[in-house]
Ligand binder design. Sequence first.
Ligand code: ADP
Length: 650
Amino acid sequence: MAWGGGWGGGGGGGGQMFGSSSNTGLPFGGIPSELMDEATKLLATEPTHEPSDIKFQQRPSAKERRRLTLPKMLGAYPGYVVNGSLLVIIISLVLQAGPKLTEYAINNGMSPGHRSLKVIAVCGGLYLVLALLSSIFQRIQVSVTGKLASRVMHDLRIRVFVHFQRLSLDFFTDEKAGVLMSRMTSDVENLQQLIQDGISSFALQGLTMIVITIILFTTNVALATWTILLIVPVLFAFSIWFHHASEKGYLLSRDRIANVLADLSESLYGIRVVTANNRQKRNITNHRHVVGAYRDANLYTGRVNAIYGPSTNMIGILGTGLLLGIGGHMVIEHKLSVGALIAFFLYLNRFFQPIQLLVQQYNSLQQGRSSVIRLRELLQTPPSVDEVEGAATLPTIEGRITFEHVSFGYNEDNLVLHDVNLEIAPGESVAFVGPTGAGKSTMAKLANRFYDPTSGRVLLDGVDIRTVTLRSLRSQLGVVPQEAFLFAGSIRTNLGFGRTNITDDEIEEAIDVVGLRDLIERLPQGLDTIVHERGQTLSAGERQLLALARAFLARPRVLILDEATSSLDLQSETVIERALDRLLEGRSAILIAHRLTTAQRADRIVVIDKGGIVEVGTPKDLLASGGSYAAMYEAWLASGGRDATRDEDD
Ligand code: ADP
């Protein structure tokens, strides 16, 4: 098991990205010299983003605790909402003036006895002005809702990200990274779409329908009633069918695209294993399968759309034909003017369109709503390890670590640690040894408060660590995980990760202390070399040394180190052990020792097995006592000194 990257906070990618371009080339490629001038010019025009003074509090403020709802999100920008709504109302009215003007022009400018060029000209002019106005209003409305959506989404993205920073380790272990990414991408985008186009267009279509219904009835009650009786029920029934069919299609394609993405990301992350095991062909077959299922879902949606759009048009045309008969009859009987009949048909055309659009957009509205629900659930997940109200700041500690009757399970009915008692004195280094799965890492995770004990207490200098702020606790604890996590950015920014305001001199000192000087001198741009792919271009030993240097610079009072299990070569091992000796000077330390050479150098050894401590003592005493550590040590010597925990299991 690997520590889930115990180094909270953000990575530093900026600043050093464009160092000197001399001596570029893989794997530490920079900007080719011929492009350097262009890049410098481009950089000069880029706005600089100074590190802003962000206040992060473990406990969310009252505002941050508010339930996430669409009205609340929009309510943060009342000006945009009011302007947007007014514009939608104005547009829905202005758009409907055309047919009324046509009716007026026909009845008062073109019919026998009422011929007037002036009326026609005025109506035509007004028509043009209104068309122009409505297009101007629409432009403003799109820009207002666009701005509203960008601002609301910006707030939401930050809010979700801040929430991620607060959540505890178990959340990230239980939730797949892919699912969390989809919350940040597709759910947030659905909402953006909804706010940008969905709501306004839904409101516009809805209003238009109401306005047109009123106009139809004021134009001619009988004809309007015929419309409602003949066309609307058929259209309504058909729309309900479409709604169900397209929802089914939407759910299918949503599930299937999730499968495609999951398969894709697994194949990409596991590409090394795939290649090594010759799994390419099977992988392709599998991917073909999931992509094929996604295509089928899309084909289904396509078919449903192809049926709905043209069929509703057909219903409209047939209905209009019938109404033409009824309306024409009314004109002959002088119950309706020709102008009114034409206006009626012009409105009728506009009446069908919003119905179609409303039904089609209903899905995106649903999509947006379920995204709000999913994001709300995410934001309401409380961190399992949280600060108590009014938690105190842990004063600078000496480094006494106490496990007091600690029991713990990752889930309630399966305890991993059983009533563990242990005291580590200030400045003492203690090695945890024992078989894989015994509970060594779990003990270390409890000391750092990645999890809280199910029962019992963990104390630092006699203070229950649940009563102090997480920030003050973790600033005094340094964690070196088994797999050092390097962030995108230069080696320098990676080293200065655990503390702000680290001077260059301190960095240079750390490099010498852990024995990284050789590596830094070998790198094309020294400390400013950019780390690629989480440090995959460095060796495991080099990454481990960088992690040690990082811990050295953070100057914690207590160090928790999960030793790298990767078989380091002898030379790296010696360098790392020397670095460790310097790092441990004067610090309390918990070492999860996979190599017994490391355990032998600790002040005391704690043998853990099946979630309990079976032996504690100095290396000398334990060897002399002939207990389980002595047996482990002998087996290790016999096997030539390989990884201790592996020996036990293999
Ligand atoms: P060690 O460090 O001694 O190899 P761990 O402390 O990592 O062992 O694990 C102890 C036990 O807890 C193992 O049985 C392991 O499977 C289980 N375990 C570790 N992490 C988790 C987790 N996140 N969720 C559930 N069980 C876990």
